[in-house]
Write a protein that binds this ligand. Structure first.
Ligand SMILES: *Cc1c(COP(=O)(O)O)cnc(C)c1O
Length: 383
């Protein structure tokens, strides 16, 4: 079934829902973990397909007939030894999400959400996006033969626009930020009967992104790293992984140990960092959000309290980095590891440097940086 993450109200799974009709907050998928635990265990996964669908029993699609897949997930967890040597740290790993279809980890969430929407009879979907989510939604909608309507800020870099058009989506450019795109998409979609797939405004994108948590555990031999550093916009991936860890503990696949979760945002848009340090349960919207890391230019997140909870429960933290640091670290990741990353994907490395300098990360700890997307759609930043 579905359950509101804030008020706990339960909803039937086989109906279309956006936010909780009672309190307006995100709905989460709840599974019969006892049954799932009888059907699979860690030893089951060895021979399975190298995509996020290897965790089929823990995913919310009813029937495989509706599975839309482009090969998303099961990305490499790279032991970054050359980068590690450069920053004098042995236990540095990069989860390289840039290798996903459409070049970012948005493929996981949108692959799941579009599959599930189509399973429930949806024929047209809409999304406000800084770029990567739009491309991913357009790809899965194309594969599923349903209409895609995307709303992006007018200043979105051209490759995102080109991608959506090539994938057959109807693109609307909006004056303003992603929040303004969201308002327009919701208004037009309501009138025309499109299903809204905004971040955390339907339950299934999170269900796709949680597979990053299962993968990390499997790739580390069903153990947990000490620290995960995640470039946070709407927070789907961070909250999804936190949920996955909880599910895996209930399944008996891991123990009670957890990584310390770290949110990194840009100096120019850091609502979660501010709320974390203020001790707030919810975040105030950020005014005049500006950063060249488009995926982090999210002034307000409907799942704010879930991000903040995960950071606090894990004894993690939140910090900002400057855009120039991300760019310098993108260059370093390129030069040492052969990864062409977007600024968002380099932000965790910049955050790592700060945390290490503060002594927040221990010398013999294991740290996972999330490279969330490819640099190929951000070539305008490189001159
Ligand atoms: C969307 C996006 C993010 C932020 O992800 P959330 O899970 O929404 O916090 C980070 N990096 C890139 C490249 C993105 O596209």
């Amino acid at each position: 079934h579905l359950e509101c993450a804030l008020c706990g109200q339960q909803y039937e799974a086989d109906r279309l829902w956006n936010l909780c009709p009672d309190c307006g907050r995100p709905l989460l998928c709840r599974y019969d973990l006892e049954a799932a635990g009888k059907a699979v265990d860690p030893a089951s996964f060895g021979g399975r397909e190298p995509t996020m669908w290897r965790y089929r029993e823990l995913l919310p699609l009813r029937d495989d007939e509706h599975k839309l897949t482009l090969g998303e997930g099961w990305t490499p967890l790279v032991h970054a030894t050359r980068l590690g040597a450069e920053v004098d740290f042995e236990g540095l790993y990069i989860k390289d999400e840039s290798l996903n279809p459409t070049g970012s980890f948005k493929a996981r969430g949108l692959g799941m959400a579009v599959s599930r929407a189509r399973e429930m009879g949806v024929t047209a979907v809409s999304i406000p996006s800084a770029g990567n989510a739009a491309g991913a939604m357009a790809a899965y909608a194309a594969l599923g033969g349903i209409e895609a309507h995307v709303y992006m800020p007018k200043d979105v870099p051209h490759p995102f626009l080109a991608e959506c058009r090539a994938l057959g989506a109807e693109v609307t450019l909006v004056e303003g930020l992603i929040t303004d795109c969201g308002k327009q998409a919701a208004a037009e979609g309501k009138e025309r009967g499109w299903f809204d797939i905004s971040t955390l405004k339907e339950p299934y994108r999170l269900a796709g992104k949680k597979t990053m948590g299962y993968e990390l555990a499997e790739q580390l031999g069903w153990t947990m790293p000490d620290v995960i550093i995640y470039p946070t916009g709407g927070g789907t991936g961070l909250v999804g992984m936190w949920k996955a860890f909880d599910e895996m503990e209930q399944l008996g696949w891991i123990g009670g140990e957890r990584p310390r979760m770290v949110t990194v945002q840009s100096e120019g848009c850091a609502p979660m960092v501010r709320a974390f340090h203020d001790g707030s349960e919810f975040a105030e919207p950020w005014v005049d959000a500006a950063t060249l890391a488009d995926g982090l230019r999210v002034p307000a997140a409907v799942g704010d309290f879930l991000i903040l909870r995960a950071l606090r429960e894990s004894e993690g933290t939140a910090l900002v980095v400057a855009d120039e640091e991300m760019m310098a670290d993108a260059r370093l990741m390129g030069r040492t590891q052969g990864m062409f990353t977007c600024p968002e994907g380099a932000a965790p490395l910049s955050a790592f440097r700060h945390l290490r300098a503060r002594g927040w990360v221990g010398e013999d700890e294991t740290v996972v940086l999330f490279n969330t997307g490819s640099g190929l759609k951000y070539t305008h930043l490189w001159g």
